[in-house]
Design a protein around this ligand. Structure first.
Ligand code: CO
Length: 501
């Protein structure tokens, strides 16, 4: 078989698997937006059937033959798309089907039990199934393989190439810098508040204003749409159909507006993969962390500058004339950059947010390595909350039971959120270097320059390169906390009028 035929056959198999993946994504999107509640049991069966089918096609005989030939002929070394197929196949066959089934069963049980435990504010209800999930995930890590640390095998699922040895010192330095900020703000925290965002804003106008901003950022609504959901997300069924979702709180504009900006950042990445990668494994983000960097760059950096509100305030005033009375761009800048240590991760500001992640990373790492017992999680959690943020959860629902991730065994996922922030700060520093007028562009509502830069330097790779390689090529250095720390010190100094070393 010549190489052209081999590549064609591989692409054809990827097309089929990706199409089933897209169909699964449509079912998932529908489930979270319009599906009647009563359909959930049957829908779960349908999604499970398609997922099993995808796994079988990726690990089956035809895939195995293609992989063998791609390796023999060294095509996998030369063609990034072929290499990606081989990698995905090799990862999928490492897990015995019987383990996948046991994990999947524990996951669905875990989510039900977690919901009950959270509503009863009682960790002891959740502990036995969590312990089982941890045992299964340790077993999974052994199957996946690692060099130094068992947790590395799980990190690698979400952030290819990330390791504990690499992240430990970065997260330690980030934790210390964040502590410095939290302490510095304490005496001046009354100077800044988010009252302008916490007025009454009618839901339909929130949607319209948010959609206007998403369009300005460059989201293509001819190839995407936006709908309401309980837990906002972005999904795509190819670059030609990207779905954003949001929710509305009539007494807080941030939830919808910054939620939409966040999901639009993800959506721009999804719309930006090269078309030649459509319906293949390459039409995906390089990692969860890199995907998060695309949402966070827009949500926490670009649209929280004072220049952004110089542009946005007159439009805001058209949609919300009463609410805008007497407000300046500076007021809005303060309102959207309030820093306040708090109990709940998803409500945290951009600076203290990382503490919530570092705490989870440390606990997960120790659990997977058997250095922390499941029953001791609440105590470890509360001690770290007190030490890192100076707040103490009154119960486990507001503490270690607040997030869904552990209930589906998603150990290794949390660090992606902070990696996204670090990548975003590194990208932002580079953008400001290569586009000296970027702040003026933002004040004029011109975002095309930023989007083009992202398209060229990040989006164009899709999943064909690892996040570590991409960030090194783009910024000239490997992952570091330095850019985020400098950015955070400058932001907090400017918002609170204090001087940070
Ligand atoms: Co996100």
């Amino acid at each position: 078989m010549n190489s052209e035929v081999l590549e064609k056959q591989t692409i054809s198999l990827m097309n089929t698997i990706s199409d089933i993946g897209a169909a699964t994504a449509v079912l998932n999107w529908d489930q979270e937006t319009y599906m009647p509640h009563g359909a959930s049991m049957m829908r779960a069966e349908q999604i499970s059937t398609l997922s099993t089918l995808m796994h079988q096609m990726l690990t089956g005989e035809s895939a195995r033959d293609l992989v063998l030939k791609l390796k023999e002929t060294h095509i996998a070394d030369q063609n990034p798309l072929m290499r990606l197929f081989v990698e995905e196949h090799d990862k999928a066959v490492k897990l015995p089907e019987e383990l996948v089934k046991r994990v999947s069963k524990a996951q669905s049980l875990g989510q039900d039990i977690w919901k009950e435990a959270r509503s009863k504010k009682d960790f002891s209800i959740f502990a036995p199934i969590l312990d089982e999930l941890l045992t299964l995930k340790r077993e999974e890590a052994e199957c996946r393989g690692y060099v130094d640390n068992r947790y590395d095998a799980l990190l690698d699922i979400y952030e290819p190439g990330a390791t504990v040895a690499h992240l430990n010192p970065i997260f330690d330095k980030l934790r210390d810098a964040t502590s410095t900020i939290v302490k510095a703000i304490e005496p001046v925290k009354h100077l800044v508040n988010d009252a302008p965002m916490r007025q009454h804003f009618p839901g339909d106008l929130q949607m319209a204003f948010s959609k206007f901003i998403a369009e300005k950022m460059g989201f293509d609504f001819a190839h995407g749409r936006m709908d309401l959901t309980a837990h906002p997300f972005c999904t795509s069924f190819t670059q030609h159909d990207v779905r954003l979702t949001t929710r509305i709180n009539e007494h807080d504009l941030s939830s919808c507006l910054y939620g939409v900006i966040h999901e639009t950042g993800h959506g721009l990445y999804e719309q930006g993969f090269p078309l030649e990668y459509a319906r293949t494994f390459a039409a995906e983000g390089a990692s969860i962390g890199m995907h998060e960097s695309q949402s966070l760059l827009w949500e926490t950096i670009i649209t929280r500058t004072e220049e952004f509100w110089e542009f946005a305030l007159p439009h805001f005033a058209k949609y919300f004339p009463e609410q805008a009375k007497g407000l300046s761009a500076r007021d809005m800048y303060h309102a959207v950059n309030t820093v306040m240590p708090s109990l709940i991760r998803v409500e945290a500001d951009e600076i203290t947010y990382n503490m919530h992640i570092i705490l989870r990373f440390e606990i997960e790492r120790d659990l997977i390595n058997g250095k922390l017992a499941t029953k001791d999680i609440p105590e470890a959690w509360n001690a770290k909350m007190k030490e890192y943020l100076g707040v103490l959860p009154p119960d486990d629902a507001l503490g270690c039971l607040q997030d869904v991730h552990w209930s589906f065994g998603g150990f290794g996922y949390f660090p992606s959120y902070t990696l996204g922030k670090l990548y975003a700060a590194m990208e932002w520093k580079k953008i400001q270097e290569v586009m000296p007028n970027v702040h003026a562009d933002i004040a004029n509502g011109e975002f095309a320059g930023i989007l083009n830069w992202l398209r060229k330097n990040i989006h164009s790779y899709g999943k064909t390169e690892t996040p570590g390689e991409i960030i090194k090529w783009v910024t000239g250095k490997p992952l570091s906390e330095e850019e985020f720390v400098n950015y955070a010190f400058a932001k907090v100094s400017s918002v609170y009028g204090i001087q940070l070393a």
